[in-house]
Design a protein around this ligand. Structure first.
Ligand SMILES: Nc1ncnc2c1ncn2[C@@H]1O[C@H](COP(=O)(O)OP(=O)(O)OP(=O)(O)O)[C@@H](O)[C@H]1O
Length: 321
């Protein structure tokens, strides 16, 4: 892979008898948002700890900007922004005092005013950390991670505790910085967060990466899409053959739900069929399989691989003209 700035090869981390990370390999490119998703205890935070230089691998090789994150931590520190799951704030300092103290770690830090404005806590400058809400603490965390104009940002569950507006602000802020070249490695439990922000995702389970790729790649074949629409009752019996269609009477019309691994081709066939029968596909909706499907399928090793259960769908794709 070209211009990879993070390279992880066969990483294993053990805590005593617990194998937290079990031979994972991946790369992250410059300007990419790479999301680590997974069940509790899957090994996401441990992986980040190694990348951030806080933890040494039991075996395997890890490099960030071509350096060893643990051995070369001092050289890497100014290039990294880190937002941990639990920040070790001094609870009785105010926001102003906290940021002022943190700025001393950097040669050319962002200004106090810019930092609070960036993360939307200007109105909390004089507030003690222990009086901030959970979401405001996360905003302060993010501001501190961005103080040194990092080239790479590590975000461990960044929006936990934020309200929807806070989450949206945070994601927009990070997305904006990514367009300017920032690289982001993120762990999250919010699948929609990965769907919005990540160029590539890796789904971890019990220390291993079980799926990795672009969202499209991870979703392909992992779950089916559904195409649903209404047609007049008489036409419902003349649908194209070979469709995995379920019909449901709705008065003078019939609701058709088609399960498909290839919604584009299915849709094209259905639109052609509708045109030739001089009808329209009323209330047409396409729902693609979601990361949640993939995630749930991996969370339980006893699930049949064929996914015989009912299709779970979400995220309607708005139909264009
Ligand atoms: N310091 C530690 N000592 C012993 N075991 C640990 C330690 N830190 C993590 N573990 C174990 O290693 C495994 C991976 O933990 P890790 O925190 O990396 O998972 P995670 O994917 O980040 O989970 P979560 O989503 O719950 O934060 C878990 O079984 C955890 O209990």
């Amino acid at each position: 892979m070209s211009n990879a700035i993070i390279e992880v090869h066969d990483l294993t981390v053990r805590y005593g008898n617990t194998v937290a990370v079990d031979g994972t390999s991946f790369e992250v490119r410059q300007g990419e948002v790479f999301a680590l998703l997974g069940t509790n205890g899957a090994g996401k935070t441990t992986t980040l700890d190694v990348l951030e230089g806080y933890l040494q691998p039991s075996s395997g090789a890890v490099s960030v900007f071509g350096l060893d994150p643990s051995r070369d931590r001092d050289r890497l520190a100014s290039r990294m922004g880190i937002m941990l799951q639990e920040a070790g704030f001094f609870e009785t300092l105010t926001v102003r005092q906290t940021i002022t103290a943190w700025r001393r770690f950097y040669d050319t830090p962002r200004s106090l005013a810019d930092t609070v404005a960036l993360v939307g806590i200007e109105h909390r400058l004089g507030t003690r950390v222990n009086a901030l809400s959970g979401g405001e603490r996360r905003r302060l965390d993010l501001g501190l991670a961005l103080l040194g104009h990092p080239e790479i940002l590590f975000l461990d569950e960044p929006t936990t505790g934020m309200d929807p507006a806070g989450r949206r602000d945070c994601l927009e802020l990070v997305a904006g910085m990514v367009t300017e070249g920032l690289t982001v490695v993120l762990t999250t439990h919010y699948l929609e967060e990965a769907e919005q922000l990540a160029h590539r995702v890796a789904i971890m389970h019990r220390g291993r990466i079980r799926r990795m790729g672009t969202l499209g790649e991870v979703l392909t074949g992992a779950s089916e899409s559904t195409v649903s629409f209404d047609v007049p009752v008489l036409l419902a019996q003349r649908l194209p053959s070979g469709l995995d269609a379920h019909t449901e009477p709705r008065g003078s019309t019939t609701e058709i739900t088609v399960r498909t691994a290839d919604p584009e081709t299915t849709l094209r066939a259905l639109l052609g069929w509708a045109e030739s029968h001089r009808t329209s596909l009323e209330r047409l909706q396409v729902r693609r399989g979601s990361l949640e499907d993939v995630f749930l399928g991996l969370s339980d090793d006893d699930l049949p691989a064929s996914g015989d259960g009912p299709a779970r769908t979400s995220d309607p794709i708005p139909m264009g003209a």
